[in-house]
Design a protein around this ligand. Structure first.
Ligand code: ATP
Ligand code: MG
Length: 221
């Protein structure tokens, strides 16, 4: 599912690598917590997985694709298999809950009845069926993050990446978001959640926990 071999990432203009000597194998169906303090490289790790950054050296393989060599024209097809949730939701203002969710399908070339069915089903799963035609900017933070989850899951990705998905939420909403992420995992999605919040890790039973510290994986990860 995910394979890292001697991966190093140094950002332009920086001397110290954000990630260094990363070797890792994530199996299909795993639930992985990527933990570590601020600046440890968690976001960088996730960005390598969905092609937002290229490794400086080493091999990053995601769903069989070599992320350092994948041609630009092959990227949209790969991205369709990867759902991403961010701390700050990244929803499109001025569009409704339904439209924000449907957008993920229309860019994947899925329209019409199939789109309508998948969007409705996914909104029901995250408890937002009744809010489908509400503008996203009028929703609470917890609701907005549920829209972000719906958008990440509507195309039925094989891999779900979440970067501090509960960082801006109160404990109750954070629990609800993690419940939905666990639900996606139960349905067969491989999940990687980056967080520096140890409380979050307690909400899931039996995850694989990997720790980054100053760009390196700690022993035992
Ligand atoms: N676009 C960038 N350009 C230059 N340096 C960057 C860039 N993005 C991140 N870095 C640096 O890379 C290192 C790792 O950053 P990263 O954002 O991956 O950490 P993080 O573990 O996600 O931290 P946080 O918990 O604060 O989100 C940091 O030293 C950071 O300053
Ligand atoms: Mg981060």
């Amino acid at each position: 599912m995910v394979f890292f071999e001697q991966v190093k990432k140094t950002y332009h203009g920086r001397t110290k690598p954000a990630l260094d000597e990363i070797n890792l194998h994530i199996q299909p169906g795993q639930f992985v917590y990527l933990s570590g303090p601020s600046g440890a490289g968690k976001t960088t790790f996730l960005r390598l997985l969905f092609g937002a950054e290229l490794p400086s050296s080493g091999l990053v393989k995601v769903l069989g694709a070599d992320m350092g060599r994948i041609p630009a024209r092959a990227m949209p097809r790969l991205r369709r298999k990867i759902g991403v949730i961010f701390q700050d939701f990244k929803l499109v203002r001025g569009l409704t809950v339904y439209e924000n969710t449907a957008l993920a399908l229309s860019v994947a070339g899925i329209n019409g009845k199939t789109m309508a069915n998948q969007v409705s089903k996914t909104l029901a799963q995250v408890g937002l069926a009744a809010r489908a035609h509400t503008l996203v900017e009028t929703l609470s933070g917890g609701e907005q993050q549920r829209v972000a989850i719906a958008r990440a899951l509507v195309a039925r990705p094989k891999l779900l990446l979440a970067d501090e998905p509960t960082g801006n939420l109160d404990p109750e909403n954070a629990r609800e978001i993690m419940r939905l992420v666990v639900q996606a995992h139960t349905r067969g999605t491989t999940v990687i959640v980056a967080t520096h919040d140890p409380q979050l890790i307690k909400l899931v039973r039996g995850p694989k926990v990997i720790r980054l510290y100053q760009g390196r994986l700690e022993e035992g990860s």
